[in-house]
Design a protein around this ligand. Sequence first.
Ligand code: NAP
Length: 256
Amino acid sequence: MGILEGKRILVAGVTMDSSIGFAVARAAQEQGADVVVSNFGRALGITKRIVSRLPKQAPVIELDVTDDAHLQRLPEQLGEHFDGLDGVVHSIAFANPETLLGGRFLEGPWPDVAQAVQVSAYSLASLSTACLPLMSSGGAVVAMTFDATVAWPAYDWMGVAKAGLESCSRYLARDLGPRGIRVNLVSAGPLKTLAAKAIPGFEDLESMWSDRAPLGWDEQDQGPTARAVVALLSDFFPATTGEIVHVDGGYHAMGA
Ligand code: NAP
């Protein structure tokens, strides 16, 4: 029996089979979960094709986290597939690569920064809140970060958005804990996904990561990150919330 047997999970943010969300959906199904996947806009068609590669069928619903109407109708949409929700995976981020990433930090224009913060940080709160009507029995929320305690080359305003996400998760942990809902983050090392490829210069980080991480690091393997997300969704972390679990080969703990 898997550690997510009988659990109903929303995985938000699956575009390709390289998406961390895709690896999470697969690992969750392998552990017995029923999964609904979401994505938005033009990529929705791609997501619908990609989910056929999952071990089990997973309905795909449309969710743009910047669209209030989408958030409002989310419980109804999920209700077509589930009679409740045990877990929410937030695997969503966006920052305009032309203005906010790749070393032009000092020039980042506010409207683009506002969009990055809304999609990548605020949406953890709006998505979690939208799911509350289905989470009356408690549950778990897990989101993805890239260590926001330091400044990275190229990551620029996405780093600021991730700092917001990390703080947001702690406030959500405070306010949702009394409802039996745990809120945690997985801080992953660099992984070759669409989002990572959009960051000019991010590949330099990838090559140094595997040299410095004591456990080594394979930027092509979303599996370890996905399994950590599944563990946090499961009943094996019943007293853990507001936490950031590093899945980075140990890179974050090294001084040099
Ligand atoms: P990904 O495959 O590109 O996933 C990002 C997802 O966010 C995509 O499905 C994207 O949809 C979706 N998205 C963007 N704007 C959205 C919106 N307004 N509403 C709903 N969904 C939206 O890349 P990924 O690397 O797996 O990213 C997943 C998460 O992991 C992100 O939070 C990312 O920052 C984090 N992370 C990634 C790495 C890494 O190295 N790859 C490391 C640590 C943390 P579209 O494709 O349609 O735009």
